[in-house]
Design a protein around this ligand. Structure first.
Ligand SMILES: *Cc1c(COP(=O)(O)O)cnc(C)c1O
Length: 462
């Protein structure tokens, strides 16, 4: 191992408090999976050994966060913990006005209720699902301007989350700048597999929007992971500290919404931050209606303390080096075992291509969902399908939509699992891959939940 490689394996924390987890017997796992109707969301947390369902709200708190939580100020208005949280976010981003929310989607609801009008459009890079739903709920529409490489699972590109500036220009020209509510850059691009956006792209998008008088916002859930990728992959940033990179990223935008359950490493919370005092005033009323008074917005003083410290924790470069390295190592382990993954691996998750994993299973028999089910049965590992079940039906025709990719997502909680857990996961996937090579039948929906179906629909084996 070279010194550089060894540096990537340094783990900048150790366990002080541990949470017991347990591997159920094969027989128990099989019966729990069947009782859950082959729906991973219907399993109990205690039925799961390694839980890779999501990286949202599942990170471990640091001793500094826990210590700070004891100092939480639960004042209804003007909480000291709010000042600390808002102050830290402003120091990080340069955005002067900060409003807390109960989680990311709360921030989205408040912001879109003010900025989006009927028939307005919000161009962006593969909007996150709740974000898209909130824009539509407010009467607007999303236009996906992700570069074409971002939609191709095999394409090699260092910044697959980038927006296609040509397509963005055309979109703005087509709808007219006045009908564009704002432009949204999601960092990193979650729906695209945690793929980063380059500084150059952020700068270009921002410059064009400023010319047109259009505001630019970040969906900033994974801002720190995005900054780390810029440091590692973009010319001119290798010697800059991530803190400087984050500051420059935010200098190009007018504001952001953020789920703090991701990079800010708290179990619950979110925020909106804006540059404009007038917009800040407009946001206060919907915040009070939907979230809570604008110095707590649905968060406790304790959680705002944890968030304030989480913003510090995530700006430690040794933390980010380990974090991104851990996800990359999981990807490398799966690749070495011959498992078809989406490349390059993003910041928070590894995605397995369900169709290539089960080449004999017809595309409409939910191969990625099948893999989720089989990984749980084989080793108590819980994952999430991002594919045919998630995407649902066309609201107009009622037909099942055929997504470009049918994926099983292995999302890695922050600071929670050891390399042993992830080596175990590789072994479980490799075993399923080896033993089920010739499988020809998948799953059919048993009970299909109306609306957002992937949380509660059940399946049967074909
Ligand atoms: C998680 C997430 C959201 C929504 O945040 P919640 O805290 O889950 O409500 C929005 N955008 C992105 C990119 C996310 O990852």
């Amino acid at each position: 191992m070279s010194e550089r490689e060894r540096a990537r394996t340094v783990v900048p924390f150790r366990a002080k408090v541990v949470e017991p987890i347990r591997l159920l017997s094969r027989e128990e796992r099989r019966s729990r999976m069947e009782a859950a109707g082959l729906c991973l969301f219907a399993l109990k947390g205690d039925d799961v050994y390694v839980d890779l369902l999501t990286d949202s709200g599942t990170g471990s708190l640091s001793t500094q966060q826990l210590g700070a939580m004891m100092m939480g100020d639960e004042s209804y208005a003007g909480s000291r913990s709010f000042d600390k949280m808002a102050g830290n976010f402003t120091a990080l981003s340069g955005l002067p006005y900060v409003i807390p929310s109960h989680q990311g989607r709360g921030a989205e609801k408040v912001l879109n209720s003010v900025l989006v009008r009927k028939h307005s459009v919000v161009p962006g890079n593969s909007h996150f699902d709740t974000t898209k739903a909130h824009i539509e709920f407010a009467g607007g529409r999303c236009v996906d301007c992700t570069i074409s490489a971002g939609l191709d699972s095999g394409a090699a590109h260092p910044f697959k989350g980038n927006l296609d500036v040509g397509k963005l220009r055309e979109t703005i020209a087509h709808f007219g700048p006045r009908n564009v509510a704002y432009v949204l850059i999601t960092i990193t691009c979650n729906s695209g597999g945690g793929q980063p956006v380059s500084m150059e792209n952020i700068r270009e998008v921002s410059a064009h929007c400023r010319e047109q008088g259009i505001a630019v916002f970040f969906d900033a859930a994974r801002f720190a992971e995005n900054a780390w990728f810029i440091k590692e992959r973009e010319a001119g940033y290798a010697d800059k500290h991530v803190r400087e990179i984050v500051r420059e990223m935010f200098s190009y935008v007018d504001g952001c919404t953020m789920s703090s359950k991701k990079d800010a490493i708290v179990p619950m919370g979110g925020l909106i931050a804006v540059r404009d005092a007038g917009l800040f005033e407009q946001l206060k009323t919907p915040t009070i209606l939907f979230e809570g008074f604008y110095t707590y917005g649905g968060m406790s003083g304790m959680m705002m303390e944890a968030l304030a410290q989480g913003l510090e924790d995530v700006m430690q470069e040794d933390y980010l080096r380990h974090r991104i390295g851990q996800v990359a190592r999981l990807g490398a382990g799966l690749r070495a075992a011959g498992v078809p993954i989406v490349e390059p691996v993003g910041g928070h998750a590894v995605f397995i291509d369900g169709r290539r994993f089960y080449p004999g299973v017809p595309e409409d028999e939910f191969p990625a969902q099948l893999l989720c089910v089989e990984m749980y049965k084989e080793g108590g590992v819980r994952t999430c399908e991002i594919g045919a079940n998630l995407i649902g039906r066309d609201p107009d025709t009622g037909e099942n939509i055929r997504p470009a990719l049918d994926l099983t997502r292995l999302a890695i909680p922050r600071r929670a699992y050891f390399q042993e857990h992830l080596d175990y996961v590789v072994d479980v996937v490799a075993t399923v891959h080896e033993e089920q090579k010739g499988r020809t039948r998948g799953l059919a929906l048993l009970h299909e939940a109306p609306g957002i179906r992937h949380f509660s629909s059940t399946f049967r084996y074909l």
